[in-house]
Every structure is written in structure tokens, then in C-alpha cells.
Design a protein around this ligand. Structure first.
Ligand code: LAG
Ligand code: CA
Length: 480
């Protein structure tokens, strides 16, 4: 369950947070497919509790496993998966199976059906009181693994996955998604479920759909949300036997690094994941920010970089995409101030579609995935896939550079001094267009150019007073 099953040389998924299925399908066709994105993580697709003011987090409060939410219904979901697969973009679903909703009275789901959360009754599944962990308790002590697994996470009613009945319902939901052609699943709150119960569930999930174009015997990609920053009873290393784990340490390290609060040169040892207490590369899904920590939810959010710090954010994303570690995920947000605020919506709570003007999203959507500095680094990662990290250089401080074999080269300057340095790029001789500041159009570079000599050396310059970009990236497909 550790292979995302991307098509061809694709490498990176984007989380289109709170997007509607119809809009995602169109984005696959118009942009993600042609630009080389490998997949989309969609927000939870199953029926959820309708909450006042429609905060984004209502989608983490399941009412049933019917596919119906503000993103769309089952037909729309099916159509999206088909259309995205057709243009080489895989779909990954965020699944919430640790718990059902918190208390609400009356409680309505997104299909209009009602439930009685305070009686632990969810007729749409159906689950009743006996399917939940008893006695009911609230997680307080993260040094007690049993409490973390068997008590309620912020009042969300905690399912007992040791029951075959509960597992059967979860497996049925997962298998339905697979029949509809998805390539994998995010497992929300995996830390709050017992690894042995999850293993039983994973073993019983279907192989990916042949009809949707997957090779025979492909297992779904499973990446589990286990926030482990050290010092708690539950360890992420309990979860990577057969499936992948989201490496939350990564975004925190990158936050410190690109804010200039650590020393970039230390990243030379990033491949030694033991040293950093990170998952082995093959087992890790990494990101700079996610829907939780970009707004201070979840844990470890203080140093996380987001679209709100564009220069440092683009540097961190470029590093993530240039460095070979992990499976990479790009966050795509909507504009927010209030951390509870849901996506752009009309007065009836219907999500407003992103609109695209000159390649950029408007109407309250940020669409980081459409920032040229980001999608061009996705293309960089696809191009250098499988190439070794070479020609590492640092000034011992916050200026670094490295190549990926002889195909790509990146340099970063996160300090107050200019970077002006002759460096070995590993690239063949020629004039290259920096894909951060521009692209090749009609044989001309719209941004900076760099001349690489016959020995692979070039003068690399990143000035500290550049308010937009602190990174430079060259690759062999952007050679003039
Ligand atoms: C996750 N990881 O384990 C998600 O990534 C995260 O977004 C989910 O929390 C969490 N698990 C549960 O699925 C989010 C918000 C919470 C929110 C919860 C349920 O971060 O703040 O809780 O979804 O909607 C909210 C209120 C709580 C309240 C609870 C129950 O914020 O104060 O107790 O609802 O009504
Ligand atoms: Ca639990």
C-alpha cells in the first residue's frame, strides 16, 4: 500500500481542499493533466453533519458512508474520477473512520437524513451504541496509548474497530471507492486507531480497479495521518509496516529552515532519516502545510509556512519538490482569516466554484497549485525522477545548492547576504532559463538565464533584496 500508482513519470498530488467534484474534473482536464500533476486528494466525500455557518471541519464529522457532501453526490464523484483518470490524474480520498460526529441535536447530514449522535445512533450506516468504544471518555493524556485509541478525539464519537461489524462497514465504504476508480486513501486520525485493526482492514481491501486502468494486482495507496513529533505514547513507526504515513516533522523542519531560524546547510543530511527521526523515504508522504496546520489546527503549527508568506513558502515547496525524499503533496487553499471559516459559499451554503482569470484563481480561492513557481517545480520533480542528489554545496549557513544527476539544479538563499557563487551544476553546457522566474516561450526565456560552461560550472546569483524569489531552478527541458 505504499505505491501511489501515478501514471508515467508523475510524482506529485495536490489537495484541492473543499473543491467540488465538477470543478476538480475540469481542473484535471484543463490544468493538472497537461501540467503533469499525478493526483488529487479530495476532501472527505461521505455524508457529514451539517453545522451552523458551515465550517470546513464539519466534513470530519461523518453521519454515514453515502457519497454526498458539499463537493457533490455519487454520480458527480464517479464522473470526476473517470475524467481525471482519463487525463492521467489519480484520485485519493480523505477517509474519516475513527469516529462519527460529535453531539448535535437535531443532527442532519448532507443528504438531509437525521441521526442521533447523543444516543450514538447513525441509521445511515447503520451504527448503534454497541459499535462505539465504552465507557465514553475524552482524550486528555497523549502519554496513554489506550486512551488515545479508545477515547473520543474532541468529542467525536469513537468507533470500535476491533468489532468485525464495524470493520465490515469501513471495508465496504473503501471498496466502493475502489470500484469507482480511486487510486488510494488518506486515513484520517490513524493515530487514534489500533495499528492491528487497521492492518486487518487493509488486508481485506480490494485491488485497484482494472476497469479504471490500473495494472493487475495493484494495491491502493494508503497514507495514514499519524501526527508524531516525538514524546508521545503513540509512534508513527507502529504504522509503516504495510502502508505509508504522513510525515508531519517534515513541514516543521522546512518552516524553521526557510524562515531562516535554522541552518539550511543541515539539510545535507536529510537523506539520513534516522538522524531526523523521519519515516523512511518510501513510507513518507510530505507537505509544507496541510488543511489543519495552515490554520493552527492539529499539532505543531507555529512555524508552518503557508501561502501567506509567499517568498519563503515558494522556497520551501521548491526544496520539497527538488529533493528526492518522500511522496510529495501540494496544498491548494482558499483565502481565510478565521480558522473555522469554510470555503467560499453563497448564502445557501453552496460552495462557489473557483474562477480562473489569466491562469490565476479568483473568488476567494488561492490555488497554490497554479502558481508558476510551484507547478514548474512539479514538472522539475517529474523530470529528475530517479536521479541522484549530487553536487551538494552550502556556505555552511543558509545558502545551499544541489543537482539531481545531470538533469536539474537548484539553489536557495535564505540569508541576509547575496548569493553570488561559481557552482558545479552537473548540467550540460548551455544557456538555461530559470523556471522559478520564467519559462521558455518561442525559444526565449521570460525570466532569468544562467550560462553553464563546458565543465558544468555556472555563476549563480540570488540577491537577498529580491522580495519575490529566493530560489533558482534549472533543468534540461528549459535549455535555450
Ligand atoms: C484530523 N486528524 O486526526 C483532521 O485532519 C482534522 O482536521 C480533524 O479535526 C480531526 N482529525 C478529526 O477528524 C477537525 C478540526 C476540529 C474539529 C473536527 C471535527 O480540526 O477542530 O472539531 O475536525 O469537526 C470540532 C470543534 C471541536 C468540537 C468537535 C466536535 O473544533 O471543538 O469538540 O468539532 O463537535
Ligand atoms: Ca479511536
Amino acid at each position: 500500500h505504499k505505491d501511489p500508482h501515478y501514471v508515467g513519470d508523475r510524482t506529485t498530488m495536490v489537495h484541492l481542499f473543499e473543491w467540488k467534484f465538477n470543478d476538480i474534473a475540469k481542473e484535471c482536464e484543463d490544468f493538472l493533466g497537461p501540467m503533469g500533476y499525478g493526483g488529487v486528494q479530495v476532501s472527505p466525500v461521505n455524508e457529514n453533519l451539517v453545522m451552523d455557518n458551515r465550517p470546513w471541519f464539519e466534513r470530519y464529522q461523518p453521519i454515514s458512508y453515502k457519497i454526498i457532501s458539499r463537493s457533490g453526490n455519487e454520480d458527480e464523484f464517479k464522473d470526476m474520477v473517470k475524467r481525471c483518470n482519463k487525463v492521467g490524474v489519480r484520485i485519493y480520498v480523505d477517509t474519516v473512520v475513527n469516529h462519527m460526529s460529535g453531539d448535535a441535536n437535531p443532527a442532519y447530514g448532507t443528504s438531509g437524513a437525521s441521526a442521533k449522535p447523543n444516543e450514538l445512533s447513525y441509521p445511515g450506516v447503520p451504527y448503534s451504541s454497541k459499535n462505539f468504544n465504552h465507557p465514553t471518555c475524552t482524550i486528555q493524556n497523549y502519554n496513554n496509548a489506550t486512551e488515545v485509541r479508545n477515547c473520543e478525539l474532541s468529542g467525536l464519537h469513537d468507533l470500535d474497530q476491533s468489532q468485525k461489524y464495524v470493520r465490515d462497514k469501513i471495508i465496504k465504504f473503501f471498496n466502493k471507492l475502489i470500484d469507482l476508480g480511486v487510486a488510494g486513501l488518506r486515513v484520517d486520525a490513524a493515530k487514534h486507531m489500533w495499528p492491528k485493526d487497521l492492518e486487518v482492514i487493509y488486508k481485506r481491501i480490494k485491488k485497484l480497479s482494472r476497469k479504471a486502468g490500473f495494472p493487475p494486482k495493484s494495491l491502493p495507496y494508503i497514507y495514514q495521518e499519524v501526527i508524531d513529533l516525538g514524546g508521545e505514547a503513540v509512534s508513527k513507526f507502529e504504522y509503516n509496516k504495510t502502508a505509508a504515513v504522513i510525515e508531519f516533522q517534515y513541514g516543521i523542519v522546512m518552516g524553521y529552515m526557510f524562515r531562516g531560524e535554522d541552518n539550511l546547510s543541515r539539510l545535507s543530511s536529510l537523506e539520513d532519516t534516522n538522524k531526523w527521526r523521519m519515516m523512511p523515504s518510501r513510507d513518507a508522504l510530505v507537505m509544507i502545510d496541510n488543511h489543519d496546520n495552515q490554520r493552527g489546527h492539529g499539532a505543531g503549527g507555529e512555524k508552518i509556512l503557508t501561502y501567506k508568506d509567499p517568498k519563503m513558502y515558494k522556497m520551501a515547496i521548491a526544496f520539497m519538490l527538488a529533493h528526492p525524499y518522500g511522496q510529495t503533496r501540494v496544498m491548494s487553499s482558499y483565502v481565510f482569516d478565521d480558522p473555522s471559516q469554510g470555503p467560499p459559499a453563497d448564502s445557501n451554503g453552496n460552495i462557489i466554484s473557483p474562477e480562473i482569470v489569466d491562469g490565476k484563481c479568483v473568488k476567494g480561492w488561492v490555488c497554490e497549485h497554479r502558481w508558476p513557481q510551484i507547478y514548474r517545480m512539479v514538472q522539475f520533480r517529474n523530470l529528475v525522477n530517479g536521479e541522484k542528489l549530487e553536487n551538494w554545496w552550502s556556505n555552511g549557513n543558509n545558502q545551499i545548492a544541489f543537482s539531481r544527476g545531470g538533469k536539474g539544479f537548484v539553489a536557495f538563499n535564505a540569508e541576509k547576504d547575496d548569493l553570488k557563487q561559481g557552482l558545479q551544476t552537473g548540467l550540460p553546457e548551455g544557456v538555461y532559463c530559470d523556471v522559478i522566474t520564467g519559462e521558455v516561450v518561442d525559444g526565449k526565456c521570460s525570466g532569468r538565464t544562467v550560462e553553464v560552461d563546458a565543465k558544468g560550472n555556472a555563476l549563480i546569483e540570488i540577491l537577498s533584496n529580491d522580495t519575490d524569489e529566493g530560489v533558482l531552478a534549472l533543468h534540461i527541458q528549459a535549455k535555450l
